[in-house]
Design a protein around this ligand. Structure first.
Ligand SMILES: Cc1cc2nc3c(=O)[nH]c(=O)nc-3n(C[C@H](O)[C@H](O)[C@H](O)COP(=O)(O)OP(=O)(O)OC[C@H]3O[C@@H](n4cnc5c(N)ncnc54)[C@H](O)[C@@H]3O)c2cc1C
Length: 403
């Protein structure tokens, strides 16, 4: 173990793994530190949807919110390309398939919402078209009769959330990165022109100096930013997932809904994965603060609501036994947009988190990789800068107010 690296990445999820791989392929000397096992948190517990259409949470609050969310479509287009590229270079262990995604409308107002959404998306260059009921049923005969229309985006799909981040970390090591799991970062301090990062690994302190620190730490990004005297106000959000027993091939598409929280897809093995943003309960510590390491608790209404949304979209799902339901915790920024870029007030510090960071993880990683190496990122990240939340954000004072 060396005492100096060009870059230290904190977090061994999809984002940290993609970033370590990209940097190592660019011959940057990179160390990835992960407190637990690789892929133990959001990246390993999510739905694995690669969704490039605006999600329900982005269109439910009206056209203005949708317009703002649509500004991120250049990130979505790049993500569609990068997942294909990663799949070609790493192989089936990512479990990527991009056969397309359908977003359903079962009420007249959903149809209007779909049309407005598709128009917005097309104006940003996303390949999406609205199908009427007959066209939707021709493409997917198993859809409920209540489907009045559906928007179809041919590049959408899925990746395997259980295997993607580990596969990326393995590829990063093959490309020259050092990956250390069971290494929890306990302090990050400025030391001259560098950062000194201290982690606890199997009872020993690991101390490394580095030019750049990248926070890819999911719900812990706020806490780690505070260690660096900076401020990243993302909130933890606990969500519900379910998976059914295996069944015969049912659908090759990612299925979402324009008027309900739903994501539905079938794994290569035949299981149907059901999610879409139904809330669960974060666990709390005795002092009332959120226990970020807690597993979260299922809410019966969410499990039932999610199942009903799935059965309403694809009635055949009603016959499938549910094998498992679980909770995963992810981050959302107050404006629901990603947070990607330099850490305010912390030179050489960078962060990426927020929203659909599984779909967008490889893009965040690519853009951060360029920033870390002092190059201008190929897409404009200014709208996603961490300092957008307040005029004083990025100072230790602001971090203290937030604490
Ligand atoms: C139920 C659910 C469903 C979702 N579905 C989708 C979906 O279908 N599509 C989509 O795009 N997104 C989805 N998301 C969001 C997505 O999962 C996350 O945005 C993404 O996985 C975040 O990846 P990450 O690598 O940034 O964070 P994580 O996977 O959470 O990884 C962060 C890592 O940092 C480590 N860490 C934290 N603190 C320290 C420390 N001090 N020292 C060392 N390591 C540390 C943690 O142990 C953790 O492993 C979903 C989320 C949930 C919860």
């Amino acid at each position: 173990m060396k005492s100096r690296y060009d870059v230290v990445v904190i977090g061994g999820g999809l984002l940290g793994g993609s970033l370590a791989l990209g940097l190592a392929r660019d011959d940057v000397d990179v160390l990835l530190l992960e407190r637990d096992q690789i892929n133990q948190h959001a990246s390993g517990r999510n739905a694995g949807s690669l969704h490039f259409q605006l999600e329900y949470r982005m269109i439910e609050r009206g056209i203005e919110a949708a317009r703002r969310a649509a500004e991120a479509i250049p990130l979505h287009l790049e993500a569609a390309r990068l997942w294909q590229e990663l799949s070609a270079s790493i192989g089936p262990s990512l479990g990527v398939s991009q056969h397309g995604g359908l977003m359903l409308a079962t009420a007249v107002e959903d149809v209007r919402r779909l049309e407005a959404k598709a128009e917005l998306e097309q104006s940003w260059g996303l390949d999406v078209k609205v199908l009427d009921s007959a066209q939707a049923h021709d493409l997917a005969p198993y859809l409920s009769d209540s489907v009045l229309a559906a928007s179809f985006c041919p590049t959408e799909g899925k990746a395997n959330a259980r295997t993607s981040a580990p596969a990326l970390c393995r590829a990063a090591v093959q490309a020259g990165a050092t990956v250390l799991s069971r290494a929890g970062v306990t302090s990050i301090e400025r030391h001259g022109s560098r950062w000194r990062v201290v982690a606890e690994h199997e009872g020993d302190a690991v101390v490394v100096e580095t030019d750049a620190v990248v926070l890819a730490a999911g719900v812990w990004c706020s806490e780690l930013a505070e260690m660096m005297g900076s401020y990243v106000p993302v909130e933890p959000v606990a969500l519900t997932m379910s998976v059914t027993a295996r069944t015969a091939p049912l659908t090759p598409y990612l299925i979402q809904h324009a008027g309900a929280r739903l994501s539905l897809k079938q794994s290569v093995e035949g299981n149907v994965l059901i999610g879409g943003g139904w809330p669960a309960q974060v666990t709390t510590l005795p002092n009332g603060s959120i226990d970020l390491r807690g597993r979260g608790q299922l809410l019966a209404d969410s499990v039932a609501g999610n199942a009903a949304a799935a059965m309403n979209a694809v009635p055949a799902v009603a016959d499938l036994p549910v094998l498992r339901t679980w909770v995963g915790t992810t981050t959302l920024a107050p404006d629901q947009l990603p947070v990607v870029g330099p850490l305010p007030g912390a030179p050489g510090g960078f962060v990426a988190t927020g929203g659909s960071a599984f779909t967008l993880g490889p893009v965040f990683a690519e853009l951060l990789g360029e920033l870390v190496q002092g190059r201008a990122p190929r897409l404009d990240l200014r709208s996603y800068a961490a300092d957008r939340f307040s005029g004083t954000a990025g100072t230790t004072e602001r971090a203290a107010q937030h604490a």
